[in-house]
Design a protein around this ligand. Sequence first.
Ligand SMILES: C[S@@+](CC[C@H](N)C(=O)[O-])C[C@H]1O[C@@H](n2cnc3c(N)ncnc32)[C@H](O)[C@@H]1O
Length: 226
Amino acid sequence: MKYPDIKTYERLYQKYLLGDRSKEMLDLAGDIRDKVFLDICCGGGRLTKEAIGMGTKKNVMIDSAASMIGKGFDIRGLTQVIIMSVEDALLKMRKTNNMVDVAMCQQGINYWLTESKAWQLSLLMPEGGIFIFNTFNKRPSEIPKIREYTLLNPGKMNKSHYVEINWCVKKEWFDVYHVQICQGEEPHFTKFKWMDERYIRSCLKKFFDVELIIDNKTSIYKCIKK
Ligand SMILES: C[S@@+](CC[C@H](N)C(=O)[O-])C[C@H]1O[C@@H](n2cnc3c(N)ncnc32)[C@H](O)[C@@H]1O
């Protein structure tokens, strides 16, 4: 199911936005001044906002949902927004020789990573180019699990009640299903592929040197184009 507009998304997924890894991921890339930056599955563009602040020369944002893209990105024409699937966007960039030095994907890799898309991405990068992404590293149970919690509404004195249900279904691989519910909002449902370290490395290893940087509740991978 398509992601909702950014305001609804931020309310529905408030818990996940509190765990923002943008700064950590950008710091891993080193000095990105004057680099071309690619934000894959950019959503509201929190990575791009930080990257612009760090002095990138140009930014490209990819997301299939126009409603998710935050406003005000065309800062002095430095930012290009591509509203397409990752696959189509990478092909389009290849056709227009749209090269990038640093690519990142926060909370989105499980929607698109395959060996062929890793290859498409690598074709856009020079040797030594950096690709950083995060993913969760505990596979949800095959038995649907319900989590309930209450969060303070930002800038308000009241709270909202949340319910999440997630589970895995085993096919050739595991698909993860996630239902996100917040009082006062329509529920959101999403499905993505469970990717363990072995799968991730198998997609990337031909084109990138892959390093697993942090292995906590979510993992961050840093990949250097060969
Ligand atoms: C969980 S949100 C993360 C947004 C943003 N990276 C962040 O950390 O705030 C996932 C985003 O991926 C986008 N997305 C999912 N599948 C996609 C695909 N195949 N191609 C492009 N964008 C996709 C969704 O529209 C959504 O905006």
